[in-house]
Design a protein around this ligand. Structure first.
Ligand code: ADP
Ligand code: ZN
Length: 206
């Protein structure tokens, strides 16, 4: 089963994807994580992506699509994958149609004020990638593995504002693009509450 997860930045895509992965044995593919990995390793893709990510802009489609195509052709993806953060433009969505068969598309809907409230409080575990928010978790180490939490470089006020604008202009149109096959879930509450209807929906599709 191959799944697309749509939603604004800070809607909780990453958290939801991790829950789906745990229950359904899929591979999580986050283009944001892939770019950050490239940046850490100093690759050409990383160097180019960095200049866009820093400003809260999208990395050009050609680069993003090529990176995604390579990732989904790897062996581990044959058992099924969940795309978290891709597609983010209509052009990416059109390219994806020729790359993979998609079985389910989930749109995580969170009101704009809730997104803003979450934005600057996000903390990520440096080791296992677990995601927290200072509004609900005030420790500086991960509950699961004990490693230090950090705030992503692009989670600052200016970049966040740009990312939300980019979402409205370039990514939100995907909701119409996929309208007739979208499963919509409300994501303003806690992660368990959000996941429940998603789990039931996916169970009915295996
Ligand atoms: P969030 O979901 O919180 O915005 P991500 O980790 O998904 O964060 O993405 C971080 C940044 O990586 C984005 O702001 C963008 O610059 C880049 N990026 C990630 N996915 C894509 C994509 N599909 N197309 C273009 N740029 C992307
Ligand atoms: Zn951890």
């Amino acid at each position: 089963m191959n799944i697309i997860l749509l939603g604004a930045p800070f809607s909780g895509k990453g958290t939801l994807a991790r829950k789906i992965v745990a229950d359904f044995g899929l591979v999580q593919i986050s283009t944001g994580d892939l770019f950050r990995e490239n940046i850490k390793n100093g690759t050409d893709v990383g160097k180019l992506a960095n200049t866009y990510i820093d400003k809260g802009q999208l990395v050009p489609d050609s680069v993003t699509i090529a990176m995604l195509e390579k990732r989904i052709s790897a062996d581990d993806c044959q058992k099924g994958f969940i795309l978290d953060g891709f597609p983010r433009t209509i052009e990416q969505a059109k390219a994806l149609e020729n790359l993979a068969k998609i079985d389910a598309i989930i749109n995580l809907e969170v009101p704009f004020d809730e997104i803003r409230r979450r934005a600057l409080g996000r903390r990520t575990c440096s080791k296992c990638g677990e995601i927290y928010n200072t509004a609900t978790y005030n420790k500086t180490t991960c509950e699961k593995c004990g490693s230090p939490l950090f705030q992503r470089d692009d989670d600052n006020l200016e970049t966040v504002n740009n990312r939300l604008e980019v979402y409205e202009n370039q990514t939100a149109p995907l909701i119409n693009f996929y309208a007739d096959r979208l499963f919509v879930v409300q994501g303003a509450k806690d992660p368990e509450t959000t996941y429940k209807p998603v789990k039931n929906f996916l169970k009915g599709r295996i």
